[in-house]
Ligand binder design. Structure first.
Ligand SMILES: *[C@@H]1O[C@H](CO)[C@@H](O)[C@H](O)[C@H]1NC(C)=O
Ligand SMILES: *[C@@H]1O[C@H](CO)[C@@H](O)[C@H](O)[C@H]1NC(C)=O
Ligand SMILES: *[C@@H]1O[C@H](CO)[C@@H](O)[C@H](O)[C@H]1NC(C)=O
Ligand SMILES: *[C@@H]1O[C@H](CO)[C@@H](O)[C@H](O)[C@H]1NC(C)=O
Ligand SMILES: *[C@@H]1O[C@H](CO)[C@@H](O)[C@H](O)[C@H]1NC(C)=O
Ligand SMILES: *[C@@H]1O[C@H](CO)[C@@H](O)[C@H](O)[C@H]1NC(C)=O
Ligand SMILES: *[C@@H]1O[C@H](CO)[C@@H](O)[C@H](O)[C@H]1NC(C)=O
Ligand SMILES: *[C@@H]1O[C@H](CO)[C@@H](O)[C@H](O)[C@H]1NC(C)=O
Ligand SMILES: *[C@@H]1O[C@H](CO)[C@@H](O)[C@H](O)[C@H]1NC(C)=O
Ligand SMILES: *[C@@H]1O[C@H](CO)[C@@H](O)[C@H](O)[C@H]1NC(C)=O
Ligand SMILES: *[C@@H]1O[C@H](CO)[C@@H](O)[C@H](O)[C@H]1NC(C)=O
Ligand SMILES: *[C@@H]1O[C@H](CO)[C@@H](O)[C@H](O)[C@H]1NC(C)=O
Length: 306
C-alpha cells in the first residue's frame, strides 16, 4: 500500500514534467501573414493601426523609396538598405536577395515584392514580403542591425514522411551546421546551403538558412536558433517547411530548391551514421527515457519497501 502511494506521489509528477512525449505547451509565436498558393510570395502587413494618412509626407517617402528600389539601375548586389526623409516622416527599408541567386536576378524579385507591398499593404507604416528568392521590408522605425523575430510565418510542406524521429535528428545536424556557417558570414551575406542523407532510407534533405546581413553574429544565431526550435512543433512528420522572420529564415525540402553551386554535403556525426543507424536496433531518446524512468522506479520502490 505505502509503496504504491509513494510511487504515485513521486513518479507521476516526474512523468508529467519530464515526459518528452507529452504535448508541448503552445508557444507565443502566432503565425501571421498570407501566401500565394505556391508560397512563392508571402507577406505580412503591420497588424496595428499604423497607417499613413493619404498624401502625407511619409507615404510619399515610402512610394519614392520603394519605386527607387524597384527601378534602381545601380542594383548589382544582394543586399540594400535605404532610408528616406527626416523623422518623424522617415522610412527605412532593407532588401536581401537569397545568397545563391545571381545579383542580376535580384532586381526582378525586389520589383515583384515591391508591387505586393504597394498593392497589399497599402498605407501600412511597416510591412514585409518574403519571396522565394528575396525579402523586402520597410518600417518607419529604424530596422538596420536590429534583431526582429516578429511577425513569423510558417510554411509547411504538404508531404508526409514515415520516419519522423530519424528525420528530426538529421535536421538538427543540418541546421546546426548551416546556422554556424551563416552567422559567421560578413556584412553583405549571411547565407548557407547544404544537404545530408538520412541513413538507411537514403532520403536527401536540402536546406538553406539566411540572416539579414546587417545583423551581428550573435543576433543571427539567436534568430536562427529560435526558428530551428520551431521545427518539431510546426513541421513534425513533414518532409519540408519554411520559418520566415524579418531578420532570418530557414527552409528544408526533400527536393533541391537552390543553386547547385551553393551546395555542400553535410556529414552526420558517427552516432547518426550507418554503424548504429539500424532503426530496428536503435535506442531512440524516448525509449532511453523510459529506461531511465524504470530505473528510478526500481530505486524508489526499493526505498518504499524499507
Ligand atoms: C484599428 O481600428 C479599428 C477601426 O477603427 C478598431 O476597431 C480596432 O480596434 C483598431 N485596432 C487596434 C489594434 O488599434
Ligand atoms: C486612402 O485613399 C484610398 C483610396 O484612394 C481609400 O480607399 C482609403 O480609405 C484612404 N485611407 C485613409 C486613411 O484615408
Ligand atoms: C544602411 O544603414 C546604416 C545604419 O543606419 C547606415 O550607416 C548606412 O549608411 C546605410 N546604407 C545605405 C546604403 O543607406
Ligand atoms: C512610427 O509610427 C508609429 C505609429 O504611427 C508612431 O507611434 C511612432 O512614433 C513612429 N516611430 C517613428 C520613429 O517615427
Ligand atoms: C518593375 O515593375 C514594374 C511594374 O510594377 C515594371 O514596369 C518594370 O518593368 C519592372 N522592372 C523590372 C526590372 O522587372
Ligand atoms: C493582393 O493584391 C492584389 C491586387 O490588388 C489582389 O488581387 C490580391 O487578391 C491581393 N491578395 C490578398 C491575399 O489580399
Ligand atoms: C542585437 O540586436 C539588438 C536589438 O535587437 C541590439 O540592441 C544589439 O546591439 C544587437 N547586438 C547584440 C550583440 O546583441
Ligand atoms: C499527412 O498526415 C496527416 C495526419 O497525419 C493527414 O491528415 C494527411 O492527409 C497526410 N497527407 C498526405 C499527403 O498523406
Ligand atoms: C543514395 O542516394 C544518393 C543520391 O540520391 C545516390 O547517389 C546513392 O546511390 C543512394 N545510395 C543508396 C544505397 O541507395
Ligand atoms: C559542416 O559540415 C561539414 C561537412 O560535414 C564540415 O566539414 C564542417 O566542419 C561543418 N561545419 C560546422 C560549422 O559544423
Ligand atoms: C558506412 O559508411 C562508410 C563511409 O561513410 C562506407 O564506406 C561504408 O560502406 C558504409 N557501410 C554500410 C554498411 O553502408
Ligand atoms: C538492420 O537490422 C536488420 C534486422 O536486425 C538486419 O537484417 C540488417 O542487416 C541491419 N542493417 C544494417 C545496415 O546493419
Amino acid at each position: 500500500m505505502g509503496s504504491s502511494r509513494l510511487l504515485i506521489f513521486f513518479i507521476l509528477p516526474i512523468l508529467l514534467v519530464l515526459d518528452p512525449l507529452a504535448p508541448t505547451i503552445a508557444d507565443d509565436h502566432i503565425d501571421e501573414g498570407v501566401c500565394t498558393t505556391r508560397a512563392d510570395y508571402c507577406w505580412s502587413c503591420s497588424n496595428t493601426n499604423n497607417t499613413f494618412n493619404n498624401g502625407s509626407i511619409d507615404k510619399q517617402n515610402l512610394n519614392t523609396l520603394l519605386s527607387s528600389l524597384a527601378s534602381n539601375a545601380q542594383i548589382n548586389s544582394r543586399f540594400y538598405n535605404f532610408s528616406l526623409g527626416q523623422a518623424p516622416n522617415k522610412v527605412n527599408a532593407i532588401a536581401v536577395c537569397r545568397g545563391d541567386v545571381a545579383p542580376k536576378d535580384c532586381l526582378t524579385c525586389f520589383n515583384d515584392s515591391v508591387s505586393i507591398l504597394l498593392q497589399n499593404c497599402t498605407n501600412q507604416k511597416e510591412a514585409i514580403v518574403w519571396a522565394e528568392r528575396c525579402t523586402v521590408r520597410y518600417s518607419n522605425i529604424s530596422i538596420f542591425g536590429v534583431l526582429e523575430d516578429k511577425p513569423v510565418k510558417f510554411v509547411p510542406s504538404p508531404n508526409n514522411i514515415s520516419n519522423a524521429e530519424q528525420y528530426k535528428q538529421v535536421l538538427n545536424t543540418i541546421f546546426g551546421n548551416l546556422s554556424e556557417k551563416a552567422a559567421a558570414g560578413d556584412s553583405v551575406s549571411k547565407f548557407a546551403a547544404g544537404h545530408a542523407l538520412v541513413p538507411v532510407t537514403n532520403q536527401t534533405i536540402y536546406a538553406t538558412v539566411q540572416c539579414s546581413p546587417d545583423l551581428d553574429k550573435q543576433n543571427c544565431s539567436d534568430c536562427l536558433e529560435e526558428s530551428i526550435s520551431d521545427i518539431p512543433e510546426r513541421f513534425d512528420g513533414l518532409d519540408g517547411g519554411r520559418v520566415l522572420r524579418p531578420s532570418c529564415y530557414l527552409r528544408f525540402e526533400s527536393n533541391p530548391f537552390y543553386d547547385p553551386g551553393a551546395d555542400t554535403l553535410i556529414n552526420l556525426p558517427d552516432e547518426q551514421g550507418n554503424n548504429t543507424s539500424n532503426i530496428t536496433t536503435k535506442v531512440s531518446p524516448p525509449s532511453f527515457f523510459r529506461l531511465a524512468l524504470s530505473f528510478c522506479l526500481l530505486i524508489l520502490s526499493a526505498f518504499a519497501f524499507l
